[in-house]
Each structure stands twice: as structure tokens, then as C-alpha cells.
Ligand binder design. Structure first.
Ligand code: HEC
Ligand code: HEC
Ligand code: HEC
Ligand code: HEC
Ligand code: HEC
Length: 318
């Protein structure tokens, strides 16, 4: 009896250790994306770095990305994007690789062809030209494109005037498709928005605050959710509060696309509205008088008691 208990406890420990080990090892040994029938990815994966300098750049870039530093327009981007090997390296660890957004979806060409010459037929430089990326990325990211078309950034890009304006890949990069976080935003936007260029230098600080406000919206939504769940458990009518919560959730859902209008006042109005919806849901729940206690499922305590007795009986019998 004692020994078998020891064995069971030992087994549990071993299983736990294996589970923890697996968690630790997985990110390191993660297999490259499994893409049958895609010669672009297959061949480009094998391309070697053409120079030691390029290899070093790629290493630096990957380290930057891993530690959350954005390699922006002022960094070594040009050199890197032009390095054939780095494009595969960046792409293979991106969200796009995870979702099967393979090379030919953006570059064209024939991913079933075996030779380089055949595969490259139809690979076009026009689609990936910076100023064309809103349209080509927008094929799959329509809500972002629709909002982006209302932005000063888009107008400037379209005008073809001299001077910098960000396209999709300026902020997301072509292959890593990183999403800047609110703590990276201030540094990043000030690449262009600063006193030297004269392009609205107040933007970076405001943008950081605007993006951070999303967290507040998330917090208020989860508070409202909690309030509704406990009100429901005590038998209150939660329909109106649920409507308010739904409205707040809808705003949270479309906020990443609204961001691309690059109208910070509009953005803040939207987030504030969401926060107010969520707070209204909380208030409705707080102000509602307690309903009569719900009818409890009868017999639960009895079942628990019987189970305990049964377990005790079996343990003793052994
Ligand atoms: C059998 C190997 C092979 C296959 C298959 C292949 N490529 Fe390439 N690709 C290369 C090599 C090598 C280069 C380096 C430049 C060169 O020599 O043309 C290259 C260069 C490129 C470039 C850089 C621009 C250029 O024309 O120089 C792009 C973009 C590209 N490939 C996209 C693709 C896409 C998209 C596919 C699939 C439809 C694909 N490749 C399939 C070997 C391949
Ligand atoms: C989401 C769209 C997208 C996907 C997917 C994508 N690329 Fe690209 N790629 C681009 C864009 C946009 C550029 C131009 C970058 C720039 O101008 O800075 C580019 C540039 C390149 C270049 C440099 C081309 C040149 O003419 O200088 C190569 C090489 C390349 N990509 C290869 C690949 C390979 C190989 C894959 C798949 C492993 C891939 N790309 C997947 C959008 C994409
Ligand atoms: C063939 C369709 C397709 C094209 C073209 C495409 N994407 Fe995507 N993209 C996806 C899918 C699918 C996802 C993953 C699911 C999602 O977030 O919607 C994604 C995700 C993203 C994300 C979120 C990444 C994350 O980690 O959350 C960004 C940013 C992005 N894409 C930017 C771009 C940019 C920039 C371009 C153009 C250079 C582009 N996409 C072109 C399909 C596409
Ligand atoms: C490559 C340069 C560049 C980058 C990077 C850039 N912008 Fe801009 N931005 C511009 C230009 C150019 C305009 C148009 C200014 C004008 O016409 O006066 C603009 C206008 C704006 C405007 C609207 C006008 C205003 O003054 O309020 C907002 C908001 C804005 N940018 C936000 C951002 C945010 C947020 C970021 C960082 C995520 C960013 N920008 C990054 C170049 C850039
Ligand atoms: C000036 C910088 C900038 C430009 C230009 C830009 N984005 Fe973004 N994008 C961001 C930021 C910052 C976020 C994160 C917003 C948030 O947290 O709500 C984002 C979020 C996204 C997401 C959603 C990721 C998610 O978590 O759901 C997609 C997809 C995306 N962008 C695609 C695009 C496409 C397509 C374009 C071009 C039409 C584009 N972006 C242009 C900065 C930019």
C-alpha cells in the first residue's frame, strides 16, 4: 500500500518534469514551417549568405527582433531587405509563415515549378514596390487598407511628392510583419515626426498614449465581464448590461484597423466610447437590487458526501 502510493507520487513527479521540460525546449527546437509543394520556400531556405557581412547583419537583426527592438527605417533595413537569405530567415519565424502566407502570395511566380527560372516567371517588382504595398497587403487586410486610405500618410504616398511617408512595410517590415507595441511607438514615430523634419513633432507622445489606452479598455471590459458573471449567478437580469458589454467588445475588435486612419483624435474618441460602454455595464450591475436567490440544484451536498464516504470506504478496504 505505502509502496504503491510512493510509486504513484513518483510517476506524477516524472510526468510533471517532462511537461515542464517540453515547455522549455519547444521554442528552441520548433521545426521550420512544413510547406509541401512550395518550391519558393524550399529553395530559398537553402540559399546561403553571400557575404559574412550579410550574415552578421541577419544575426543582429534577429537578436533585435527577439529582444523586441524594432529595426526601423534609420537602422540597417535597406541592406537587410536586399539580402536574399535574410528574407527567408525573417519570414520563416513570422505570423505569415504560420498562416501559410507564402512567398508567391506577394511576389507572384510559380511555387510548383522546380527550377529557379521557371519558378521566377511572373515574379514582379511592381507589386512589392513600397508605395504599392497598401494595395497589395490590402488584398488580405481590407479593414486596415480602408482606414489607411483616409490617412495623411496615404495621401502623402499617393501624391508622389518628395519626402518620407510610411507605407505598410515601413512599420511592419515586409517579411517579419512585426506589430509595434505601445512602448516602441514613440521612438519609432519620431524617426519622421521630429523638430528637424518639422512633421508634427507632437505625434509620437500622443500616439504612445493613444495605444496605451487600449489596455484601459481591456481592463474595463474584463471588469464588466466579471460583474455580469457574478450578477448572473445571483439571478439578476443582465440583458441591458450584456448589450453595453457587446458594444465595448465590438470597439475593441475594430480598434487595430481604426488605428490605421492615423487620426489620433478620432482614435481616442472611439476608445473612450468603448471604455464608457464597459463602465455603464458595470454600473447597471452595481445599481441593480439583488434578486431573490436562485434555486440551487438540490442534492449537490448529498452527492459530495456519498462520494467522500465511498472513497474512504475503498481506501480502508485496501
Ligand atoms: C531552385 C531555386 C529557387 C526557386 C524554386 C525560387 N527561387 Fe527565388 N531566387 C533564387 C536565387 C538563387 C535567387 C538569387 C538571385 C538570382 O540569382 O536570381 C533568387 C531571387 C529571388 C528574388 C529576388 C529578386 C530577383 O529577381 O532577383 C525574389 C523576389 C524571389 N527569388 C522570389 C521567389 C519566389 C516568389 C519563388 C516561388 C514562386 C522563388 N523565388 C523560387 C532561387 C530560387
Ligand atoms: C506579405 C508579402 C510578402 C511575403 C509573404 C514575402 N515577401 Fe519578399 N518582399 C515583400 C516586399 C513588400 C518586399 C520589398 C521590400 C522593400 O522594398 O523594402 C520584398 C522583398 C523581397 C526580396 C528582395 C527583393 C529585391 O528585389 O530586392 C526578396 C529576395 C524576397 N522578398 C524574397 C521572399 C521570399 C523567398 C519569400 C518567402 C520565403 C518572401 N519574400 C515572402 C513582400 C513579401
Ligand atoms: C495572402 C494574404 C495576405 C497578404 C497578401 C498579406 N497578409 Fe498579413 N496576414 C495574413 C494572415 C492570414 C495573417 C494572420 C491572421 C491575421 O492576423 O489576420 C496576417 C497577419 C498580419 C499581421 C499581424 C501580425 C501579428 O503578429 O499579429 C500584420 C502586421 C500583417 N499581416 C501585415 C501585412 C503586410 C504589411 C502585408 C504586405 C506586405 C501583408 N500583411 C500581406 C494574410 C496576408
Ligand atoms: C516615413 C515617415 C513617417 C513615419 C515613420 C511616420 N509618419 Fe506620420 N506623417 C508623416 C507625414 C509626411 C505626414 C503628413 C504631414 C503633413 O502633411 O503635414 C504624417 C502625418 C501624420 C498624422 C496626421 C497629421 C498630424 O499632424 O496629426 C498622424 C496622426 C501621424 N502621422 C501619426 C504617425 C504615427 C502614430 C506614426 C508612428 C506609428 C507615424 N506617423 C510615423 C510621415 C511619417
Ligand atoms: C505608421 C505605422 C503603420 C503603418 C503605415 C501601418 N501600420 Fe499596421 N499597425 C501599426 C501599429 C502600431 C499596429 C498595432 C495597433 C494596435 O495595437 O491596435 C498595427 C496593426 C496592424 C495589424 C493588426 C495586428 C493585430 O494585432 O490585429 C495589421 C493586420 C496591420 N497593422 C496591417 C497593416 C497594413 C496592411 C498596412 C498598410 C495598408 C499597415 N498596417 C500600415 C502601425 C502601422
Amino acid at each position: 500500500m505505502k509502496n504503491s502510493l510512493k510509486i504513484i507520487i513518483g510517476l506524477i513527479h516524472v510526468l510533471l518534469a517532462i511537461a515542464i521540460l517540453q515547455l522549455l525546449v519547444q521554442p528552441v527546437t520548433a521545426a521550420p514551417p512544413d510547406l509541401p509543394n512550395n518550391s519558393c520556400a524550399d529553395c530559398h531556405r537553402k540559399l546561403i549568405f553571400t557575404s559574412e557581412e550579410q550574415r552578421q547583419f541577419v544575426d543582429i537583426r534577429i537578436k533585435h527582433l527577439e529582444s523586441g527592438i524594432s529595426c526601423s527605417i534609420v537602422c540597417h533595413e535597406d541592406k537587410l531587405n536586399k539580402s536574399i537569405a535574410s528574407t527567408y530567415a525573417m519570414w520563416s519565424v513570422s505570423t505569415h509563415a504560420l498562416f501559410d502566407v507564402t512567398c508567391e502570395k506577394c511576389h507572384g511566380g510559380d511555387p510548383l515549378a522546380i527550377t529557379k527560372e521557371d519558378a521566377h516567371i511572373g515574379v514582379s517588382k511592381i507589386k512589392i514596390a513600397r508605395a504599392n504595398t497598401p494595395e497589395s497587403c490590402g488584398k488580405c487586410h481590407e479593414p486596415e487598407l480602408d482606414e489607411f486610405k483616409n490617412s495623411e500618410h496615404f495621401k502623402k504616398l499617393e501624391s508622389g511628392e518628395e519626402g518620407p511617408a510610411p507605407a505598410c512595410i515601413t512599420c511592419h517590415q515586409a517579411h517579419s510583419v512585426r506589430v509595434l507595441t505601445s512602448s516602441e511607438i514613440e521612438d519609432f514615430c519620431s524617426n519622421c515626426h521630429n523638430r528637424i523634419t518639422g512633421i508634427d513633432p507632437a505625434v509620437p507622445k500622443k500616439a504612445e498614449e493613444a495605444l496605451s489606452s487600449i489596455k484601459e479598455l481591456q481592463v474595463e471590459i474584463s471588469k464588466a465581464r466579471g460583474a455580469i458573471i457574478s450578477a448572473k449567478a445571483s439571478g439578476k437580469d443582465v440583458t441591458t448590461a450584456e448589450d453595453e458589454l457587446e458594444a465595448a467588445r465590438a470597439i475593441l475588435k475594430h480598434i487595430p484597423s481604426v488605428w490605421h486612419r492615423f487620426n489620433l483624435t478620432f482614435f481616442e474618441t472611439e476608445v473612450t466610447e468603448g471604455i464608457e460602454d464597459a463602465r455603464r455595464a458595470q454600473n447597471i450591475m452595481a445599481e441593480m437590487p439583488a434578486a431573490s436567490p436562485p434555486v440551487k440544484a438540490p442534492g449537490f451536498e448529498v452527492i459530495l458526501l456519498i462520494s467522500c464516504l465511498l472513497i474512504a470506504y475503498f481506501l480502508k478496504k485496501r
